[in-house]
Design a protein around this ligand. Sequence first.
Ligand code: F55
Length: 807
Amino acid sequence: MNKTEFKQSFSQRLAEKFAMGVADASPNELYQTLGSLMTSTYSQDWQQTWTDYREAEQKQVYYFSIEFLPGKLLKSNLLNMGWLDMVTEGLAELGINLDDLAEVEPDMALGNGGLGRLASCFMDSIASMGLPGNGNGIRYEYGLFKQHFVDNYQVELPDKWLQKGNLWEIRKESKAVDVRLGGKVFMSDNDSGNLIPNYQGGVVLRAVPYDTGMVGYQNAIVNTMRLWSVEIPPEEEENYRSIEDRRTVEDLTSVLYPDDTSEDGRKLRLSQEYFFVSAGVQSILRYYKQLNRSIDTINRFIAIHINDTHPAMCVAEFMRLLVDDEQLSWERAWNLTKEVMSYTNHTIMAEALEKWPISMMGSVCPRIYQIIEEIDRRFVEEMTGVHDFDLIQRTRIIQDGQVHMAHLAIIGSHSTNGVAKLHSDLLKSVVLHDFYLLYPTRFNNKTNGIAMRRWSQLANPALSNVLDKTIGHLWREQPNDLRLLLNYVEDDRVLAALAEAKLENKKHLSTYIHEHCGIKVNPQAIFDVQIKRLHAYKRQLLNLLHIMKLYLDLKENPDLPMEPRVFIFGAKAAPSYHYAKSIIKVINEAANLINHDPMIKDKLKVIFLENYNVSLAERIIPAADVSEQISLASKEASGTSNMKLMLNGAVTIATLDGANIEIRDAVGEENIAIFGLTETEVYQYYENKNYSSLSIYQDSPIVQRVVKTLIDGTIPNIVAEGYEIFDSLIKYNDEFFVLRDFEDYCLAQESVNKAYQNKRHWSQISLRNIAHAGRFSSDDTVQRYAEDIWQIEPVFAHKNDRGVEHD
Ligand code: F55
């Protein structure tokens, strides 16, 4: 389609859908029109992709994730369709600004943070690499809560993202499957002497899939993200007369759990897990059976990926279908299951390792529980005599009345991976060490990556232009080409152009800040950014304490030589995470104090932006000068905002944690500010039990001075919160070593301050960060999953083998 044709089709579609001309239509009507033109166009490729995969009988991967966080789809689909420029110009000629339409689209926020966003980056990359892969998840009626600040406290509001409909999804009623929940199960022999389950009681619910096209980057591939929604089967209507009965069903796919570490043990969450696992696995098997292949070869056609432990019941559900329905022997079914399944671990925080009481699992999915018991029994039997008793007891699935989901995922799969080098090493040496002894070859690393297209081309057109002019446009397809930038590290024109693009982005963000917080910030100041979920281990508190130090220093000496700084936060706290919410309150009150102190002028500003989400990330990241990656070493599995910020030219202040280490290796010591304890030092403290935050506090006047601001009235309106945080640091011995790292952090901050004084030098550091960011492309990450774990190939490769051309 060319621009003229587009304009014509667009006006025609608008007339058909809304009986209107451009002049009368609202942004929403224009958005709906454009969206419908897009979906009807890529639908042909979508259908063709399905057909190609089926006809080529290609091995496909199904990425099971209880969260997906795609954000807005309009512009990324336009980009991937190859339509972005044409549509931007065409609409402009019709007097329409594409960005106004993009504003209308609600963020699709079916995830909490890093894990969900990673799943969506992978969906984009899998399609863009032409790999046969599908997402499988839950279509939550309400996404992650919307965050408001009232009296500087976080308040949560529901995210009714489907209110105006969702034009990207297709409801596929004909692909629905039934999922059984609750009741009891008894095994008995059937006529041919096979054991079969007899179910009594419980409910049968309908899982209806809503498919969203995952448009590959200009390659005519459209993969599928399938999200399941619960319904009452029409034939069961009479059993659900009361509103209450109906609500129990509807609740199942109603809300995303807003907690990103600890499971609060609710039965509903476990039911959600089984619901999307069962629906997904059943629909995969139904598809496979259409191929008319022996069930014994299913491992050559299907791979199932378990994204964190939430879908770990895939192991048992797959066994159930092979053993109960397909009548395979346990041994045959078990070997196939292990070959099909693979698992990614995303955390080392002990409290986030999922466990379910056996009574609860027995009541939600009794047959699954039986199967897990049998897997556990056979595991113990197989290991007995080979490994020592204690090791077996520590690694078995069922322990102390609980089902350990990570154990199920590891035992029932052929691959367990971590998400950054350090994290994968810690899995082997500490967190999952016992399993490493049992299955050394199952463990591997897959460092996370990011969808370069969204986080550079879409989010940062100013930088993209400079890159095109400097190194050509091949980096858009081959992010490793960004290295060509290194040839310009001494080129003043390029350095100035990069600085100019950054300033432009900072001006845009300043406008947004002014509109949303009523605060004027100076775009020439250092924009220092920490954007991630609010968690004690991520140490937003460390950032705050340093800000308070700067504030006190400035109060003492208003002429302190210091580059003006704007500290920008974006973070949601889980609604039940009291401590994290206190940190938000305290940062907000400190911000209020500092921003309105006439002595401080514009040397220091603190901005906490409300409702951090994917769209806000796309505004903040291109404007960042400094990237705060300051988790306690060993606690952040990888981090991915670190990669996004680096790609956009921000300089990282980091501990040696997660993927920060790989960023340091990529850019070199001189282009990153590293500080703090190493993971080894942290573990030494644990071993020797000799950390004392109190002695640090007593020995360091500066630590004392800063920490006291929490309780001495310096920051107004935080009596309870101030004491709570003060106590966490002093009385409860500072679990995340904030005080231990404080002075080193201040030194790192000072080195950043110094470096910024020399603008040319700063631009050079920034350039080197951009130049080395290509290695964190999720295209490469999924390629490694495809080769090492899933054993899948791009559809083109397969077709070429058979001499079929792809158009
Ligand atoms: C969500 C729900 C539960 Cl119950 C547990 C965890 C989560 C979750 O969102 N975890 C999460 O985001 N983990 C993060 O995964 C990222 C992608 O691998 C990592 O970069 C990050 O370090 C890790 O914290």
